[in-house]
Design a protein around this ligand. Sequence first.
Ligand code: KIV
Ligand code: ZN
Length: 511
Amino acid sequence: MNPNLIIFDTTLRDGEQSPGASMTREEKVRIGKQLERLKVDVIEAGFPAASPGDFESVRAVATTVRDSTVCGLARAQESDIRKVAEAIASAASGRIHTFIATSPIHMEKKLRMTPDQVMETATRAVKLARSFTDDVEFSCEDAVRSDPDFLCRIIETVIQAGARTINIPDTVGYAIPYQYGALIESLIQRIPNAHKAVFSVHCHNDLGLAVSNSLAAVLAGARQVECTINGLGERAGNAALEEIVMALKTRRDVFSVDTRIDTAQIVPASRLVSTITGFPVQPNKAIVGANAFAHESGIHQDGVLKHRETYEIMRAEDVGWNASKLVLGKHSGRSAFRARLSELGIELESEAHLNAAFQRFKELADKKHDIFDEDLHALVSEEVTEPHKEKYSLLSLTAYSETGEIPHAYLVLSCEGHEMESEAQGSGPVDAAFKAVERLVFSGSELLLYSVNNITSGTESQGEVTVRLSRNGRIVNGLGADTDIVVASVKAYLNALNKLGAGTERMNPQM
Ligand code: KIV
Ligand code: ZN
């Protein structure tokens, strides 16, 4: 096999632009390592100009990941480009991705620039980026609503200036597959120096067509697809990596392209991104949804048992299902724990962190017989937030619920190092516990989402809770895991409150 289609993952950049999906540096490094295991060719690690935290995250991913190219996004501005160059300097292979809008509506209303000014700015940006690295990508933001003649002119010019990848984004998710395919084909045919660049696509899912549009573009000659795990991304998201990769692999007869992706790492990547961002995966989601390979109806089950290909076009194990490993139990020692974390690519900052995580693992193993990789990821997610350094943490909780009685919760929190207690009634124990928290913290936030999933299967599993809060236009996701879902819920609520308090403002590159 000679991989000839580049998979560019932008979970850590465009995915992070989904409200509430922002990730810490440690979280980005963990996802970055999983993307490397998945063998994506390019990891877009962030937008370094957004904030000092984003800069550090891109730098940390660039330093850690060795087997994928690490890319940073820059507007077509000198300061953005210099920041990316610095952030990716330690990468084994680094890319600068610069962009500017090319559609009339964006040029006039957002940039307030003429097409000639846009062309000049783009050319200058690409030349500057090329002074740092040979690997420069240029994107025509809102390409689908741009004038094709202008696209031809600007693309020819930026290729002359040194861009090696040309990305044609459907920024607003407006394209229809046959038109998008035709656009890509005509650009490749009309631009005289098109052979000097790889044509790339980047599709948003506003009409639910991101994957279809990306595949139409591959048929038309695109050789890089930008996508995200679970289709995370701005608004309705981006094209889902897992769907693109499995469509190309399952229908190789149609597409005739190969990728480097290790498909057995798809489900672990999906789980990790969902755990870290707090965006659950819908059960009927293709490839990575819990029901994607479940055969409910009797006829289908009968067919699958007689001959699996009657109803299955892919094998669950090929995308990493059923790979949940029973890893550790109550009697596992510290070195087995450390070894499994390292196999998962999780490195805790210090011996003290490892000891604290091991202690929490022992507590979990007392409650739950078998510990799986997913449990370890959840446990470590809590450890890296360093509960002892957070403004709020849970010390104890008692929740009462009895048929015919009003549910009631009593809890003790550590609030900036002080022990404080509170109680409240509610419509259920979780509602009562959240009200008890609010009596202490008066956060003034609005609860946008509350969701519970089990991390592994069975009632013995830990419940993983996501709480999404908003305050003054800022949205954060909090996560908590525990075998007791009321405890998991309070942990998630406090995690969200801590993020609301700690947050720094980030800039969206496309505003
Ligand atoms: O959707 C878009 O146009 C983008 C660009 C910055 C590539 O995300
Ligand atoms: Zn985008």
